[in-house]
Each structure stands twice: as C-alpha cells, then as structure tokens.
Design a protein around this ligand. Structure first.
Ligand code: M6R
Length: 609
C-alpha cells in the first residue's frame, strides 16, 4: 500500500505535499517523492527511505509552484530505490503519475509499450500508466487518463499532472481509495482525508471507475465512457488534531490513550445512558433477516482477526448461532459453507485490506448478507457490504493497531447483544447486566491509563528477554494472540499466543529463565485452571507476569509480577486486558527500536494478496 496526494491552489505546493505525505506515511515508508509544476516544467524529486530523506533533499532548493503530486511508497514491484520511487513520468517528462495499488497486467502492457518505442526507467507497474496516458494524450488529460484506466487491470488510485495543463490535476480509482478535499481556492486529492484535514473537512469520496478532474475551485467527475457524474460533497467529522501526535512520543501511545474516548464514541447512539436496549440502525438487517440467520462467518486479518475470535465467543454464548472465524486469506481457497442464511461480518480498520475484501466478495457471491465493521467512512468494505457499523476510533496512524481493536470489540459486543435482543436468546437480567458493564468499560479503561507504572517497570525488566508467551483461556485467547502480535510487530521479539490448556501439548518445552510468560488471569470460569498453568510455568523456572483484577490477592502467590485491570464481565474483559498488553509491547519496543510507529517490513494496510 502507498499514500498519494495532489494539490492545486494558491500556495506553494511542496510544503503542503510534504505535510500530506507525513500524514500518509503510515501507508508505506520505504521511499517517497513529489513533483511540482515549476516554471512551466515538471520538477521531480525522490529519495529512498523515510520522508525525512526527501525533506532533506528538497529543503535547500525546493521546487516553486502551486500544483503538484506526492507519494510515499511500500514496495511491491521493484525494490525501494530512487528509480522505483514515484512520481513516474512518460517518455517526454511532460506527464507524471503517482499510484497506489497494483496494476496486474503491467508486464503485458509494458511489453506492448516498449514494442511501440516507450523507454522505461523503473521496474514498477506504475510506470506503464504514465506511458499509456502519454499515448492517449491529445490535449485533454482527463480523457487520456480515462482511456488508460480502461486498459488497466487490478487496483489503482492515480493522480496525474500534465505540463501542458497547469490548471488541473486528474485522479482515477478502482479498488484503491481516493478522496477529493474541497478547500477555499484550493483542491486536494489524497488516499485519505488525514492528508488535508488541516485545510478542509469537505470531501468527495471518488467511486470505482471514476475519473476526477480538479482545478483550484472546481471538480468534475466522469465515468469511463466520459459521461459526467454527480457526487455530493460530505463533511468529515475527524479534525486535524486527531491526526497529530499531540505531545506523545509516538502515535501508538497517543492512540492507546485515546481508547476511552474511542469506546464512548463507538457506543454513542447504540447504547444510550438509560441502558434500555441496543440500537444498531447501520446493521441494515430486518428483524426477520436476523431471525433467519443460521450461521455467521467472520472475515478479517491480523488484529481484526483477533477481534473476531472474541466476537465468536460473545455471539455464540449470547445468540446461540454457530460462528466461524476465518483469516481472510484462507477463506476463499477453502470453499467455505456459506449460503443466503449466513451472515458475514467483515472486520477491517481500513476497510481496504485486500484479503478481507476478497473474502467479503466471496461470501456475497455465495448469497450471504454482509455487515462491515470498519473505521473508515466510505471504505471498500463499507461500500460493498449490506450494512456498516463504524468504529469511531478516529484516524489510526501507528501501524500497530490499538484503538481500532478495542472499538472493534465494542462493536462486536453490540452486535452480539443486538442479535440476542432480537432473537430472545438471553434473559433480560443478563442482557441488562451486560449493557451496564459495557457502559462502564470506557471509565475502566481510563483507570488503567491513569497509572500503568507496573507495565513500564515490567517492560524495563524484560525487554531483553528472548521470547514472550501469552497464555489465556476462553474469550481471552483473543487477548493472548493480540498481545503476542503487538510484541512481534513493534519489538521484533518472538512471541506466541496460546490457549493455556495447550501448554502441556508442546509450548511448555520452551520455558526457561530467559522466557517470559504473560498469563491472562482475570476473573473467569477458568480462573483456577489458569492458576494451575502458572504453577506449571513456575515449576520450570519461567518468569510469569499475570494480568489480573484489581482486588485479586490470590494471584500474588503465583506470579512474579501482577498488572492490574478493573473487573468486568468475563465476556467483556478483552477490552481492558488489551490495554496493558499494548502498553507492554510499546514500552518493550521503545527500549529496542526507533521505529515504533513504523515497524520494519510492514505497512498499515495490506492491499496486496
Ligand atoms: O485495516 P485492517 O483492519 O483490515 O488491517 C488488518 C491487519 O493488517 C492489521 O490489523 C495488522 O495486523 C496490524 N498491523 C496489527 O497491529
């Protein structure tokens, strides 16, 4: 995945482009570039590495001009290098393109274009777009982009600039996001709104197979046949401060601290202060639809997959509907049992993860109704599903997902309670107790965030250990898996999440004094069994940190260290358990790596299969 941005207006373009790229850097950070229409010619600057490298190479001699495009890259075709960094230009250097996505037929197109004399300077798929547009260009950039888009297979969001048309930028999209920002005498194009939020919150989400031509004060949209189409502008409710670090050392830490607010926002309007019932209009399923559901399939990747594991426990317990959870990349290849009585729940922070989207399409093709749980308004998952329930987490910039996870959990609990309410599968006193406990969660999250000195101390003690094992039972298996993923992705330490009952079937062999076990030991049906598992680890000289409830005295007799979280219903406890595990990974990573927000080899959203 990459980030793209375009600017046309009254101000110098390069600082606005760089600023936009900073906001998009979470999408990829192995190289970056920008191009500005400067004194009648296109001036392209590129640098391998993070955005700072590009910044350094332009700051002494910036390209003057008020129209430009920029790109931050996560390499797919061609290694990170100056040549492969975007923008890419045609043979003449008069047309330049930035691209997010994958052009699947690029090899075939490249061979054809080379056969017709085009000279390529990079190994990227993107460069074919520049040369194709060059072939179609006859003084009308929008129509050339349209014709080129018809030839491209795969996914793309493009922003194109032509030297001969200094008053416009042209964008096009298929399956990769593209948003227009409508400023005051200036217009933006970007992969996501955070790139221009400090200038405007009025946006137009560009649809698939639409070409958009923007000037500083005008926007026109066309379909691929050239017919003009209308699309209303919307106002986004994110503000610029939400996409800033706000005094925190890293976005990840800021986002961890935002969880009480994000949980409240995600609950708002769905569970009201009278706690009487759950309202979920976005789910877009009639009561009849809900009563007809025979099975649920959850489709997600990474952290969202872990949320779906917790969702399975909650829905099966409360609604008595069988739930399958699938790593999205596996679903389509195993011919899953899905029909018109299946509900697919698709969970994705970005709403853009290609494996998840392909899984969603497969479920729909087999007749399922689909509901998306996503954080990004207008994302692919939102648009392609029958219903959408947004997680109001606000922009999540750090690659490691934190507030998206806990708000996904919140939505899944709301779904479970709503389905149970409609199907009458739990009695009202149990439902009322769960609604009341749900309502308390944001405040309890605040309590954890007010004092987590024990987590910081534990991180200082254990950051140089060889491995972490997270063990849990029941719904907190999701917490164990998620805790381990956080540790791996930002601290680069081997970590595994395991069902505690499975320890004796293999993992216990790894226990030694250099190996830390984090045991999730909050109050639950299986609390005593977890205590036994802790004893087994201690008997083999392993170090144990327990995550336990505030007033649990027993646990101190078992674990080396205890990290406390307030008590809640077992079913809801993953929301609270997640927070110290996120903090643990964060502080361990801070002791080991300079790249907490942008861990090596990763991108925030994976738009390649
Ligand atoms: O945007 P999505 O929720 O679909 O992303 C799914 C995963 O790529 C994502 O959760 C990933 O695992 C995170 N980096 C984990 O912190």
């Amino acid at each position: 995945m990459c980030g793209i941005v375009g600017y046309i207006g009254k101000n110098e373009a390069w600082p606005i482009l760089l600023e936009g790229l900073k906001r998009l850097e979470y999408r990829g950070y192995d190289s970056a570039g920008l191009a500005v229409l400067s004194n009648g010619a296109i001036d392209v600057r590129k640098a391998v590495g993070k955005l700072k490298a590009l910044e350094a190479c332009i700051k002494d001699n910036p390209p003057a001009g008020s129209v430009g495009v920029g790109h931050t890259r996560w390499a797919t075709h061609g290694r990170p290098s100056d040549e492969n960094a975007h923008p890419h230009t045609d043979c003449s250097g008069r047309i330049t393109v930035v691209h997010n996505g994958i052009i699947e037929n690029y090899l075939e197109l490249r061979t054809e274009l080379e056969g017709r004399g085009h000279k390529f300077t990079s190994e990227t798929d993107t460069e074919v777009a520049a040369h194709l547009i060059e072939e179609y260009y006859a003084g009308d950039l929008a129509s050339a982009v349209r014709e080129a888009a018809k030839k491209l297979d795969g996914s793309f969001a493009l922003v194109v600039m032509a030297q001969d048309e200094p008053r416009c930028l042209v964008g096009a999209r298929r399956h990769s996001p593209l948003v227009v920002g409508l400023g005051d005498g200036e217009t933006f194009l970007a992969s996501d709104v955070s790139a221009f939020l400090r200038y405007t919150r009025r946006v137009i989400y560009v649809d698939d197979d639409i070409v958009v031509s923007v000037g500083s004060s005008d926007v026109r949209l066309f379909d691929l046949d050239g017919a003009e189409v209308e699309k209303a502008a919307e106002t986004v409710d994110w503000d610029a401060a939400m996409a800033e670090r706000g005094g925190y050392d890293h976005f990840m830490l800021k986002e961890i601290h935002e969880q009480p607010r994000a949980l409240r926002d995600t609950m708002r309007g769905r569970l009201n202060p009278d706690l009487a019932r759950i309202e979920l209009p976005g789910i877009n399923l009639s009561e009849e639809d809900i009563r007809r559901i025979e099975r649920i399939v959850m489709i997600a990747c990474g952290t969202a997959y872990h949320a779906s594991i917790a969702g399975k426990y909650a829905i099966e317990e409360l609604c008595r509907i069988p739930v399958e959870v699938d790593v999205a990349s596996e679903l389509r290849y195993r011919d899953p049992i899905i029909d018109e009585r299946t509900l697919a729940i698709v969970i994705s922070q970005s709403g853009e993860t290609i494996d998840t989207i392909v899984g969603l399409r497969e479920a729909k093709r087999k007749g399922a109704k689909a509901v998306a749980v996503t954080n990004v308004v207008g994302s692919l998952a939102a648009r392609e599903s029958d219903g959408v329930l947004y997680t109001y987490a606000g922009p999540e910039i750090a690659v490691a997902s934190t507030k998206a996870y806990t708000t996904q959990l919140m939505v899944l609990y709301l779904i479970a309670l709503y389905l149970a309410q409609v199907r009458g599968t739990i009695d009202e006193s149990r439902a009322a107790a769960l609604r009341a406990a749900l309502w308390e969660l944001p405040g309890q999250a605040e309590v954890i965030l007010n004092d987590y000195s024990e987590v910081v101390k534990a991180a200082e003690r254990y950051y140089c250990f060889n491995g972490f094992l997270y063990m849990a039972r029941g719904i907190n298996l999701a917490s164990a898996l998620e805790g381990a993923l956080k540790m791996k992705e930002i601290a680069y330490i081997h970590a595994e999440g395991y069902a505690a009952g499975e320890m004796k079937h293999g993992p216990i062999a790894m226990i030694d004094p250099t190996f830390v076990t984090i045991a999730i030991a909050v109050q639950s049906k299986t609390y005593d069994k977890i205590l036994n598992n802790i004893k087994e680890v201690k008997a083999r000289s392993g170090e144990v940190i327990a995550v336990a409830n505030t007033h649990d005295e027993t646990i101190t007799n078992y674990a080396d260290r205890v990290i406390r979280v307030p008590q809640t219903e077992e079913l809801l406890s993953p929301v609270l358990v997640a927070i110290p595990l996120q903090l643990m990974a964060y502080y361990v990573a801070c002791n080991r790596s300079p790249n907490v927000d942008q861990p090596r080899n990763l991108a925030k959203t994976v738009t390649v299969e």
